[in-house]
Design a protein around this ligand. Structure first.
Ligand SMILES: Nc1ncnc2c1ncn2[C@@H]1O[C@H](COP(=O)(O)OP(=O)(O)OP(=O)(O)O)[C@@H](O)[C@H]1O
Length: 229
């Protein structure tokens, strides 16, 4: 489980996270939802210890993040980190050299799933295909938790649908996923937990199935209630 406990984060004088708490479980998809600039990426970076926090605590399977945690958790940013002149094959080789937990079989399976070729050059990929390669590089790591920053941002409907299909496939099963989005429509039916954020504060954290069954409400219904209150 990932536990984010009362985390605050300042950039200069600006407090961006104001006591953020929530949990994300293994085997579930947790979605951080909020408009641009509310602090979603900052939370992801804080979980990965890529940005220092001012107070609070973040635990991964009960432990503070340390060097060894990077074999348990990975972060897929919203831009690709590979060099543009690399082919997908080069990127896979780089990942295999760098990470002990790289799973080449799953990488190939994902490549087929997205109908991409190993010889495709990163610089020549469309925006949608770049997002897919980025996703493959994260999903092919055998880790417990996968953090994805805006995986659906700025890509066409068919690519979005294909990426959504991955979320319901065996390629993700059993792992904990945290996604950020400001656009819930495509993934509403996929997520197990929603964390509604505004201005560095968690307004509501809820189990989507529970709310659907007990209150007959969709995630969007709850968002309307909370964000428009
Ligand atoms: N390195 C930084 N230095 C100063 N301010 C920063 C830095 N990184 C983020 N911020 C500020 O922190 C706030 C939250 O940014 P963050 O990127 O976490 O938001 P977000 O919810 O992910 O937004 P988006 O949906 O646009 O990606 C913004 O006001 C942003 O300008």
């Amino acid at each position: 489980m990932i536990e984010v406990k009362n985390v605050t984060k300042k950039f200069g004088k600006k407090t961006v996270l104001k006591g953020v708490s929530f949990t994300a479980e293994k085997g579930k998809i947790t979605c951080l939802i909020g408009i641009n600039g509310v602090g979603k990426t900052t939370i992801m970076k804080a979980i990965m210890a890529l940005t220092p926090i001012n107070s609070g605590e973040i635990l991964i399977n009960g432990e503070k993040i340390h060097k060894g945690s990077y074999e348990k958790i990975t972060f897929i940013p919203d831009t690709i980190t590979m060099l543009p002149n690399m082919t997908i094959k080069d990127a896979f080789t780089f990942m295999a050299d760098f990470y002990d937990c790289w799973n080449p079989k799953r990488a190939d399976e994902l490549l087929q799933f997205f109908r991409l070729q190993e010889s495709d050059r990163i610089s020549e990929l469309s925006k949608g295909n770049t997002a897919k390669v980025n996703l493959i590089l994260g999903l092919a790591l055998d880790v417990d938790f996968i953090l994805m920053d805006e995986p659906f941002s700025g890509i066409d409907i068919f690519s979005r649908e294909q990426i959504a299909d991955v979320f319901t496939s065996h390629l993700i099963e059993g792992r904990g996923v945290i996604i950020t989005t400001h656009e819930i429509n495509d993934i509403e039916h996929l997520i197990d937990k929603a964390v509604l954020l505004d201005n560095g504060v968690v307004l509501k954290e809820f189990d989507t199935e529970e709310v659907r069954e007990n209150e007959g409400k969709s995630v969007i219904d709850v968002m309307r209630e909370v964000f428009r209150a």
